[in-house]
Every structure is written in structure tokens, then in C-alpha cells.
Design a binder for this molecule. Structure first.
Ligand code: PLP
Ligand code: COI
Length: 354
């Protein structure tokens, strides 16, 4: 049996709950009253605490700031019809967190620290879980290197923090995306599969350039030839071609998304044929033009299922089918939401009711 850890709790003296406007929740800006913190020192995780959300005092020399040893996760908790709160597929995010940690030469975190810290935080701030369609509590575990040392080597000390933020979907409308044919997100042998800070840092300049041209997001392509589509900036990609649900295969260059796995599982259970394989830019563009590509959407925890309306490539804009007419992604999204929000049976055992 897993031991029950001692988590010291210091409650806030001033809850911000009453002054929070739950009808206006931009992604990731409103934090709940508390956060979970733990320290890695002398080879063990210690100082497990729930404390009021707020600044953490740190040396400006910490290696996370200089050399980027920092990883994170993103998962969500959903309000159930009976008022309970359910966390979706936390085991997958936990496993990916430790996979990212290993790639970045950081210590893994024991399952009981991750899960019990998360459970204690959700229990303490349960009232913050929204109760509205498409709204959820976004959970952000993060670990970063804290050695105040200028030499380049894996830090000996780390901090683990879990933040929670009530939120609606990350994207508010169907996307206009640009296929990136110069800049690279992930290369073979690189860190594309890790959810590490640098992957987001490197995306900002190319994404901002695309946004200046009127796009919302990028579609990253393979680093060798820029001929195959890989993923979007904060979500995986799924297409419907010839009635089949098709997505780029997982490689070491892309994030192995939990929503991607969920969507493929649900697609199969709804009777759709699913293909995970390399998808060339040419195949996507030709199939838009000849009508065989009927749907394209981005899938992620923050993104949920967001329709792609337009794709730009080398100066040409391709308009996809009207998102309002799409059926496959809508059926998958409905089943996904029904399970998450407790309106359908949890047939795959994805919900952890806290
Ligand atoms: N790809 C990237 C780069 C992401 O940041 C995310 C978001 O987490 C995803 C894919 C989707 O992953 P998940 O469904 O696990 O949230
Ligand atoms: C998530 O979906 O959890 C993400 O990490 C996306 C985030 C970078 C906005």
C-alpha cells in the first residue's frame, strides 16, 4: 500500500474566490488560493507543503533561469453533475512528467508526491473548479532547477510546484494556421517529446512572425526536409481524410499528447478507422483541394478540440470545409466532454474522482 505523506498546510488569510469573476476567465491568468510545493535536496523530495499562491523567493543565479532545466505538465479537473470533482487521466501526465524529467537530466518525482500533492491541493481549493460547459480547473505541475551555480551541469536541487487556474478553452474560435517550412521545433535526437520550457521559448519567434501575417498558430514540420506535418504549437493535429481519422505518428520530435491518445481511443470506439503515420504537407494540401480532407483539428488539454479553418503554406491560403458542417470531430468531442463532465459512463477508467 502507498504510504500517506504528511503535507504541511498553511491556508491563506484572504481568499480571492469571492472577488473572482467566473464569467470572465482568460486562460491561465487567475490562480486559485493555494499551491503545492516540494523541494528536492540531498537526493530526496522533502518539504511537502500547501501554501497560499504567491511569489517564491529565489536566487537570480538558479540554473533553470540560465540553462533551462524546467519541465511542466497540463491536466484538467472537471465538475461532475453531483458536485464532485474529477481529474482526467492524471496517470498519463504523471508518466510524461517523469519522462520529461529523465530527458532533461532532472530527478523523477515519486508517484505519491505528485498524486497526493495534487489531491490535497484540489481538496483545499475545490470551490474553484468551475461549474460551466467547457470550463475546467487547469492544473499545472512544474519542476525547475534551483542550484545557484553558473556552471553547466545538472542541478542538485529542484523545486516542484503545482498551480491551479480555473479556465475556459485556450482557443476561442477556429484556427488559421501556417505550415512552417523554415524554423524547427523538434529534431531527431532533440527534446521535442519532452514538455520542457525551451520547446515553448523556441516557438515564440516563428509563431509571432506567423501571427504578424494574420495566422493564429503554426503547424511544425519535420526538421530534416520540412515535408511532413508534425504538431501545432500547443496541441497535436488530427485530420479526417477519406472518412478515416489520421494523425502524425508519435516520434521523438513531437509531444505524445494525452488528448491525442484519448481522441484516437474514442474515434475507434465510435467505429472510425484510425491511422497513425507520417503525413506529408503535399497530402494535406492536395486532399483539401480535391475534397478528400474533410476535417482538421488541434487536440490538447488546454486547446481541447479546436477546429482548423484555414491552412497557409508558402504564401497560399487553403480554406477547409466550414467547421460548422463537421461531424467526426464533433462526435468525438461530444463523447470526450460527456466522459470528462460525468454525463457518460467512464468506460475507459479515465476519471479520478477526488
Ligand atoms: N503538443 C504540444 C507542443 C503541447 O504543448 C501540448 C499541450 O500539452 C500538446 C501537444 C497536447 O498534449 P496534451 O493533450 O497531453 O495536453
Ligand atoms: C496544455 O495543453 O496543457 C499545454 O501545455 C498548452 C500550453 C502550452 C498553453
Amino acid at each position: 500500500m502507498t504510504e500517506t505523506l504528511t503535507i504541511k498546510t498553511t491556508k491563506t488569510e484572504h481568499s480571492r474566490f469571492a472577488e473572482t469573476d467566473f464569467a470572465n476567465l482568460p486562460f491561465g491568468k487567475v490562480f486559485t488560493d493555494h499551491m503545492f510545493v516540494a523541494d528536492y535536496e540531498d537526493g530526496v523530495w522533502k518539504n511537502l507543503e500547501l501554501v497560499p499562491y504567491g511569489p517564491i523567493e529565489m536566487s537570480p543565479a538558479i540554473s533553470a533561469l540560465h540553462y533551462g532545466q524546467a519541465i511542466f505538465e497540463g491536466l484538467k479537473a472537471y465538475r461532475q453533475p453531483n458536485g464532485d470533482v474529477s481529474v482526467f487521466r492524471a496517470d498519463k501526465n504523471f508518466a510524461r512528467f517523469n519522462k520529461s524529467a529523465t530527458r532533461m537530466a532532472m530527478p523523477t518525482i515519486p508517484e505519491e508526491v505528485f498524486m497526493q500533492g495534487l489531491e490535497a491541493l484540489i481538496n483545499l481549493d475545490k470551490n474553484w473548479v468551475p461549474d460551466a460547459e467547457d470550463y475546467a480547473l487547469y492544473i499545472r505541475p512544474v519542476m525547475f532547477a534551483t542550484d545557484p551555480y553558473m556552471g553547466v551541469r545538472p542541478s542538485a536541487t529542484y523545486k516542484f510546484v503545482i498551480l491551479t487556474t480555473p479556465t475556459g478553452p485556450y482557443f476561442s474560435k477556429p484556427l488559421k494556421v501556417k505550415i512552417e517550412s523554415h524554423f524547427t521545433r523538434g529534431a531527431d535526437g532533440g527534446v521535442g517529446a519532452a514538455k520542457t520550457a525551451g520547446n515553448y521559448a523556441l516557438s515564440m519567434f516563428p509563431t509571432a512572425a506567423a501571427q504578424a501575417e494574420g495566422y493564429d498558430q503554426l503547424i511544425w514540420t519535420d526538421s530534416k526536409e520540412h515535408l511532413y506535418v508534425e504538431e501545432s504549437g500547443a496541441a497535436n493535429l488530427v485530420f479526417v481524410m477519406d472518412g478515416k481519422v489520421v494523425t502524425p505518428e508519435v516520434r521523438e520530435t513531437i509531444l505524445d499528447g494525452v488528448t491525442r491518445d484519448t481522441v484516437l481511443t474514442l474515434a475507434k470506439s465510435l467505429g472510425y478507422e484510425v491511422e497513425e503515420r507520417r503525413i506529408s504537407i503535399q497530402e494535406v494540401l492536395e486532399n483539401i483541394e480535391n475534397g478528400r480532407l474533410t476535417e482538421a483539428f488541434a487536440v490538447g488539454t488546454a486547446a481541447t478540440i479546436t477546429q482548423i479553418a484555414e491552412i497557409g503554406y508558402e504564401g497560399k491560403l487553403y480554406t477547409l470545409t466550414d467547421p460548422a458542417t463537421r461531424t467526426v470531430s464533433v462526435a468525438i468531442a461530444k463523447k470526450l466532454n460527456d466522459i470528462r463532465f460525468g454525463a457518460a459512463a467512464d468506460e475507459f477508467g479515465w476519471n479520478w474522482v477526488i
